[in-house]
Design a protein around this ligand. Sequence first.
Ligand SMILES: [Mn+2]
Length: 319
Amino acid sequence: MGFLNQLLKYKNICIQCHNSPDADALAAAYGVYTYLKLQDINVSIIYSGDYEIQKKDLLYMIDICEIPVEYVKELPKTDLLLLVDGQYGRGNVYRFEADNIAMIDHHMPSMKKTENAFIDYSYQSCSTIVWELLKEEGYDVKANEKLSIAFLYGLYTDTSSYVDLYKKHDIAMRDELSKDYPELERLKKSSMSLEDLMIAGEALYHAYFDKEKQYLLISAMHCEQSVLGIIGDMAIKVDVAKVSIAYTDIDTGYQVSIRSADREYLANEVAEKLCDGIGSGGGHIDKAGGVISRDCICESYAGWEIADIIKERMEKIMK
Ligand SMILES: [Mn+2]
């Protein structure tokens, strides 16, 4: 029995996205919703927190994919609360009390494995996990164009516009679902807001350059992964930079995007070493990415600034 199938014992299921849902959370929720609906489960998609979705690309995604997501302050009556792209008890997931809780997530686990929690951070998007869970139940995702678009956009935004995409399951989903979708092209070209443009400009303006080791370190205010990717792509074009590292804070820690212009320092190796023991990183030889977990650095680098942790690690990596 697959993971989704075992949830069918609950007749009323509420799928909760993390606060300020992103494309990946919405797509993952929509994937689970689609399956449960087919099985005649009374199912809804909700999120809470301080803000309602405002980003233009997400509103367009909800519209064209017909994702029935609702912003709520109170949990509708439900037998099971199913969290996607987040974990119960985390700061970015509004805490509702519920008798039964399940989770599907691709972030570092903050709890022990239970039969109701599918948490695997070897996936780059939660959409990929749900895509696999649907396949396990014999559901043909490719035949559902709206869901395909949602999954692809979820993966796209969680991997800096596919640039940091490197895990095999995630690549397999992109390859299987990819098709000429004009709606998806439009989504991809509206993933940045004017504010993001300013964040990128500001981050680049304050770039730190290590003259001796020749790497650029760029701190961006809280921004989308796609923006980090754009910053990295631009920074690595600087003539004296061998490596560039751009990072931004995310709820669970820091998202890092790495570029390399020097074969002595491969981006994937820099990413792996930079995140070793405090998160996970990897990618291609010239472009890579990673995540540094706040919980991990609180343990091993208590009181340190993230920039100092990266500098200390780069000192060893580029020796
Ligand atoms: Mn995600």
